[in-house]
Ligand binder design. Structure first.
Ligand SMILES: [Zn+2]
Length: 303
């Protein structure tokens, strides 16, 4: 009897795929997408994200190694809506294994993406409701590809959905501690328009929506006049965009007699370091709202 079991075990091992791990091999483009796959896949998936902290997805090109990694994956998740603007062809070559997590978002609700026509603003992860829908896409796809572990994926998703609901409520309540006239968010590029619409901020990006657009597209002087006239306390740099342009805005505002602060660094198109709280989606969103409220709120007034 024991020998029989051993034989069966040996036979099963021989039939298993030649991969070192029997986990589902998932590749994600951005850290945020990878984080979704980790949270919902849990112990049954191995997730590799191509883009690390500080990497700009608008400009990222797949290396030869990336193409190899993508070819070997069981499943590929990417953000979509042309966020990965330079990876379109590579992702297309991967066929149905490559899934955009923004697939089900209602297009009529999405913002435009000037100067591109017929494209949508891809920065949907800053509306937590939208990212919850993205999580649902990840769940559906994992269940489809690996039905054996469907129950586990559903349980993980249930837990994660609750955490996202709590996150959304906490961003709303923190935002509401600021008087409406102080809810003005000036950043390096226009990554926060969905955030602004959902949580009640007027949002102005110096560089336009995509970092592909030339810097200085927006009239710097116009922005400086706006900051000075509204007495905006702080403007924000971003982890994945060089800060020199915002420094120039700060200098010009000071020259007009208004000492606007650099309010800190926001995580826009990339998360923080792996292994830290900011290296998770929930952590990046939490860090951002705390940085924003801290710099624009009255408690932090520098006079
Ligand atoms: Zn962006």
């Amino acid at each position: 009897m024991k020998l029989g079991i051993l034989l069966i075990a040996l036979l099963l091992a021989a039939c298993a795929p030649s991969q070192e791990s029997d986990k589902l091999q998932v590749v994600a483009t951005t850290g945020m997408v990878g984080d979704l796959a980790k949270n919902i896949g849990g112990e049954f998936v191995e997730v590799k994200a191509l883009m690390g902290p500080g990497v700009d997805p608008h400009l990222y090109k797949a290396s030869e190694g990336d193409v190899q990694t993508l070819s070997e994956a069981d499943l590929i998740f990417y953000s979509g809506l042309h966020l990965e603007a330079k990876m379109g062809d590579v992702l297309e070559e991967m066929g149905e294994r490559a899934v955009p997590v923004t697939r089900t978002l209602p297009r009529e609700e999405l913002l435009d993406f000037p100067p591109f026509e017929n494209q949508y603003d891809p920065h949907v992860w800053f509306n937590v409701h939208y990212w919850r829908q993205a999580a649902q896409v990840v769940l559906d796809e994992l269940v489809l590809r690996d039905p054996t572990h469907a129950d586990s994926y559903r349980q993980n998703a249930e837990t994660y959905f609750k955490q996202l609901d709590e996150l959304d409520a906490s961003v709303h309540s923190k935002a509401e501690t600021l008087p409406p006239e102080q809810r003005i968010l000036v950043t390096a590029h226009d990554a926060f328009r969905y955030f602004g619409r959902e949580y009640g901020f007027q949002v102005i990006g110096l560089q336009g929506i995509s970092t592909q657009a030339e810097a200085g597209t927006r009239d710097v002087q116009e922005l400086v006049n706006f900051i000075v006239s509204k007495k905006i306390k702080a403007i924000f740099v971003e982890s994945s965009v060089p800060e020199r342009n915002l420094k120039a805005v700060q200098e010009a505002s000071r020259a007009q007699g208004w000492d606007v602060q650099i309010g800190g660094q926001l995580y826009s198109d990339a998360m923080g370091d792996a292994g830290t709280f900011e290296g998770t989606y929930i952590g990046m969103v939490t860090a951002n709202i705390d940085t924003i409220v801290g710099a624009l709120g009255d408690e932090n007034a520098s006079g």
